[in-house]
Write a protein that binds this ligand. Structure first.
Ligand code: CDP
Length: 246
């Protein structure tokens, strides 16, 4: 720790958990984990544990929120009261969860073929069971698998990851302690097929050059994240085929 109680996050070129600057935490995804949801996924991303569930399309209610041209997405991101020490005892939405729900919904509005379901709503629930930094990115990555597993048509399966800045170093996929003491955090969601950026937020400051490098880092890591998403979907389809002996 320095005099300001800020821990050294990079020691001898390694991060506190032993990762290099451009290394992801371990990611494991399972699709179709909730029997009564139309689509679902469970993700373990480092020490994050998150469930995503999808319902719909169904009639949009209340009526005045419906759109006669397309389906609307309702998204609710929530941290469970036992997901982190900060959340202990807290329930219900707050400013942060409302913001994450909003940006998640906007991410998926870019890739879901909503015109196919006028007047309907698609409900997306993201429940953080255990949090350790980067839950919005992990939540979006899981939600993308949940939505794809529901069969609701999408033009792509987005992934998300955050790139941070520690001193002058860019670091991929920060955990909570890195997030707490970093100089900047840039969560991104990207469509792997087109390379389009569907979500970009920034907490702290990065130069234009750093943002460019951060996007490159996220896209490189995204190939791996995408592969894990697709493998989870493939496995769930194979299990279904086996179950029904197709
Ligand atoms: O989770 P994400 O990095 O997308 O969002 P954040 O607002 O930057 O929060 C960083 C981390 O702080 C979260 O992942 C949690 O581990 C922790 N946190 C928490 O435990 N309780 C909160 N109310 C807010 C954040």
């Amino acid at each position: 720790m320095s005099g300001s109680d800020k821990p050294e996050l990079i020691i001898n070129g390694k991060r506190l958990d032993g990762r290099g600057m451009d290394e992801l935490r371990d990611i494991r995804i399972e699709a179709k984990v909730i029997k009564n949801a139309i689509g679902s996924a469970y993700i373990e991303w480092g020490n994050n544990k998150i469930l995503a569930g999808v319902y719909g399309p169904k009639e949009a209610l209340p009526k005045h929120v419906s759109d006669p041209e397309r389906a609307i997405i309702k998204c609710r991101y929530a941290m469970s009261p036992f997901s982190s020490l900060e959340e202990h005892g807290r329930t219900g939405p707050n400013r942060r969860s409302t913001e994450i729900s909003k940006v998640t919904k906007e991410t998926f509005e870019n890739v879901m073929l909503l015109e196919q379901f006028p007047g309907s709503e698609i409900d997306l629930f993201i429940d953080v069971l255990q949090a350790d930094g980067g839950t919005r990115a992990a939540g979006i990555t899981a939600a993308a698998v949940a939505l794809a597993s529901s069969g609701i048509p999408m033009s792509d399966i987005p992934y998300a990851v955050s790139v941070g800045k520690v001193g002058s170093e860019l670091v991929l996929d920060m955990n909570k302690i890195e997030d707490n003491y970093s100089d900047a955090d840039l969560p991104l969601s990207i469509s792997p097929r087109t390379g389009d950026i569907l979500l970009l937020q920034m907490d702290g400051n990065m130069t234009k050059e750093e943002i460019k490098r951060a996007i490159e880092m996220a896209k490189k890591a995204g190939q791996k994240i995408s592969d894990i998403q697709k493998a989870a979907l493939k496995l769930s389809y194979e299990r279904t085929l086996e179950k029904y002996k197709i």
